[in-house]
Design a protein around this ligand. Sequence first.
Ligand code: DGL
Length: 266
Amino acid sequence: MNDAPLGVFDSGIGGLTVARALFERLPHEAVLYFGDTARVPYGPKSPETVRRYSAEILAYLIGRGVKAVVVACNTSTAHALDHLRSRASVPVVGVIEPGARAAVAASRSGTIGVIGTVGTVASGAYERAIKALRPDATVVSAACPLFVPLVEEGWFDHPAAELIARDYLEPLRRSGVDVVVLGCTHYPLLKPLLQRVLGAGVQLIDSAEATAAQVVKELAARGLAASARPRPEHVFAVSDDEPRFRRVGERFLGERLKQVSVVPLG
Ligand code: DGL
C-alpha cells in the first residue's frame, strides 16, 4: 500500500480526460495534476523542446513526492517517454502503448487509423507501438491540429468542426480502417462527431481509458496501490491562466475544479 499521490501531467487542460478516467477506475488514488498552460500547445513544438518541458514537469512532480507519473499528453509521450523513464525514480506510464494495445485488440482487419497532433503523428510512435504488437498491421495516420482549438472553444458539434473533421479523416475513410485511435487528449470530447463522420462500423479507441486500465495494473504489480480510503484529495496546478483552466477544464473533467494553484516552471 502506498498513499502518496499519483502524478499526472499534460501540456494543459486536455489531460483532464485522463485524470477523469483515473478517478473512475481508481477511486482511492489521490492525483496531483500539472497542466503546462503557459507553454501549451506541445503539438507543433520540436521533440527537443517537448522533452525539456516534460523533464521539468517530471522533476516538479517527483519533488512533490508522487509515487508514479502518468504522462497524459500524447505529444509528450511520443517525444519524451524514454527520456523521462531514464531520469525517473518512480514508474512512468505513457498513453501510447496502452492505446496501441487496445487498438490491436479491437481491430479485425488490421488496418488501424491513428489521429493526433502534428508532433505525435510525425514521431511515428503509435505506428511503432502498433506494429510491435501486430507486425502485419497497416497504420494510417492523420494529424488533426485544428481539433485542439475547436475543443477548447467548445465547438464539439459545430458545422465548422464537422467540415474540418471530414477533410482530416478522408484518408482514413478511404483506406477502410476498422479502428481509430484517438491519439490526443482532446479528441474524446469529439467522439460523437468523429463517430458520425467515420461511420458506425469504425470503433474509436480512447487512449485515456486504456491508460487508466494500464495504471491499475501497474500499481497493483508494484504494490503501489492506495489503501481503501473514501475521498482522496486531488490537487491541480498549472503554469499560467488558472481561471481559464478552471472554466474550460470542467468540460474535460466532468466536475467542478475548486482550487487550482499556479506554479511557473522553467
Ligand atoms: N495534450 C496534447 C496531446 O495529447 C494536445 C494539446 C497540445 O498540442 O499541447 O498531444
